[in-house]
Design a protein around this ligand. Structure first.
Ligand code: HEM
Length: 195
């Protein structure tokens, strides 16, 4: 990797624990969300479309979070004041995630980092990576609800590089499936026994 990793981004760390989710369970989950090799190819195309638009995408999403006090609260200190260094650190890891979603193989390491992202939204690991004193958990209901804005806001960016309507639709559908798949994986530590 030529670009240095953002602070706290441990995708490529050798010490990253394996996911409790098996490769077979991942395959079944992919089948359940109708994720196919064609979606992987469409995401690879999306990666090329999005690579130079990451800042614009993130600014859109942060604008959305920032305009809803009940959401920005999860980046705030105990007095409800947003922690700028926390927002900034997550911003850079979020940017990596967009490209990882498009370009990384969905293999065991990807699964392991999926579990890590899940835990970072829960009391097990939230705040620890950035050493902040914020609220201890992002409620699962908001992770699920976010699938819509994270998907709907992506379409104009996918359409910006002159691809046919059919290709934009393929990329957008693949993105929607992947985000749904990932949030399903992230629900695991919230549900544990029932997962
Ligand atoms: C962290 C994605 C929902 C608040 C992250 C990271 C990603 C991400 C990629 C950084 C992971 C890393 O450390 O490498 C998503 C996606 C969501 C979602 C795709 C839904 C589809 C939410 C919601 C909130 C939220 C609804 C609440 C406003 C946070 C916070 C962190 C974080 C506070 C930092 C956690 C920490 O302390 O490490 N998210 N997120 N996320 N997200 Fe989310």
């Amino acid at each position: 990797m030529t670009v240095s990793a953002p602070a706290g981004y441990t995708y490529d760390d050798h010490a990253l624990p394996a996911s409790p989710v098996s490769a077979a369970e991942l395959e079944q989950l992919k089948a359940s969300v109708l994720f196919t090799d064609d979606d992987a190819a469409a995401l690879a195309m999306a990666g090329d479309v999005l690579a130079d638009q990451i800042t614009d995408v993130l600014d859109t999403w942060y604008g959305f979070v920032g305009s809803h006090p009940h959401l920005v609260a999860y980046f705030a200190d105990r007095d409800g004041e947003p922690i700028k260094s926390y927002l900034d650190a997550v911003y850079h890891r979020f940017g990596r995630w967009i490209l990882d979603t498009c370009r990384r193989p969905y293999d065991e390491r990807w699964l392991a980092y999926q579990e890590e992202i899940a835990l970072r939204h829960t009391p097990a690991k939230k705040n620890k990576t950035d050493g902040v004193d914020s609220v201890p958990v992002v409620p699962l209901r908001y992770l699920i609800a976010f699938i819509y804005p994270i998907t709907a806001t992506m379409r104009p960016f996918l359409a910006k590089k002159g691809h046919s309507e059919a290709d934009v639709e393929r990329m957008h559908a693949a993105w929607f499936k992947s985000v749904t798949l990932q949030v399903a994986l992230w629900s695991r530590p919230y549900a544990e026994r029932e997962w």
